[in-house]
Design a protein around this ligand. Sequence first.
Ligand code: SAM
Ligand code: GLN
Length: 297
Amino acid sequence: MAEIWTIERILKWTESFFAQKGIESPRLDAEVLLAHLLQKERIYLYVHFDEPLEKQELAAFHDMVRRRAAHVPVAYITGEKEFMGLTFKVTPATLVPRPDTEILVQAAIDALRGMPAAADGAGPSFADIGTGSGAICLSILHTLPMCTACTVDISDEARRVAEQNADALGVRDRVAFFTGDLLAPLAERTFDAIVSNPPYIPTGDLAGLQAEVRLCEPRTALDGGADGLAFYRRLVQDAPAYLRAGGFLAMEAGIHEAGAIAALIRENPAYAADRTEIKKDYAGTDRVVLAWRNEEA
Ligand code: SAM
Ligand code: GLN
C-alpha cells in the first residue's frame, strides 16, 4: 500500500531535508510554505496533523521544497512578506523587506508626526528613494493618512510591484511612482522628508553574503560601491535641494556605516549641525541616521 503523506509526516520529512541542505530555520520554513500552499494559518497544520495531502498538493509542495532547498528565500516562493504588520507582494526584482527597516519606518513616522501643520492644512509629503516593494513608503502612508509621497527606483520591475502593493493597501491615490536615478526624477519638487534604504553592502562583501541574498536578491538593491557609502554620498549631497527648510533626511545604515554617514552630514552646511540623530536596531547596531535641513537656507 502506498504510504500516506499526512501533514505531520511531510513536515517532518521537509524539516530534515532542509536541515541537510543547510537551511537556517528548517522547521519554520517547512511550516510557512505548507501553510501558504494550503492557504491556512500555521496553527491549522498542528490541528490537522493527520490530514493527508492531495496528489496535486503534494506535487506543488514538492516544487516549493525544491526551490527552498536551492536557497530561494521563502518570500520569493510565497510571493509575499510581512512588514510593519502589512503584507507586501515581493518578486526577485525587489529586495525582501527586512525587520531592521522597521526602525527607519518608525523613526520617519515619529518625525513626520512631529512636523508643524502646513498653513493650507495639507499633510506632510515625503519621497522614498530606492523603494523596491514600496515597503517603507507604503507602510508610512498606511499609518499616516494625511501624508502623500513620491517614490523612485532604478528598476521598472520593482516599480510595478510597488504599484500593486499600493493598490492592495488602498493608498494608491496618495503616491506617485517614478523610475530613475535617485532624486533626479523629482526635479523641481520639494518635500518635508526624504527616506531611503539605499544599497549599502561594500562590493567586496557581496560574495560573502548568505546564499539566499547573494544568489537570489537583486545586486542593484545591495551593491553600495567599494566602501558601501556611494549612495549616502550622493543622497546627503543632493537631498537638501529637494527638502523644504526644516525637513529631514532619514536613511537606513549598513553595519559600521552610521558614523561615516553622520560625518558626511556634519561636513555639509545645508544640515542643522547639532540635530543629527542615530537610532539603533533590535540587535543594538546603529541602523538609522536622521538629519535635518537648516531652517535658514
Ligand atoms: N526600500 C526597499 C526596502 O527597504 O525593502 C528596497 C531597498 S533596496 C536595499 C535598494 C533599492 O534601491 C532597490 O530597490 C534598487 O533597485 C534601488 N536602487 C538602486 N540603485 C538606484 C538608483 N541609482 N536610483 C534609484 N533606486 C536605486
Ligand atoms: N539589509 C540587507 C542585507 O543585509 C542589505 C540591504 C541594503 O543594501 N540596503 O542583506
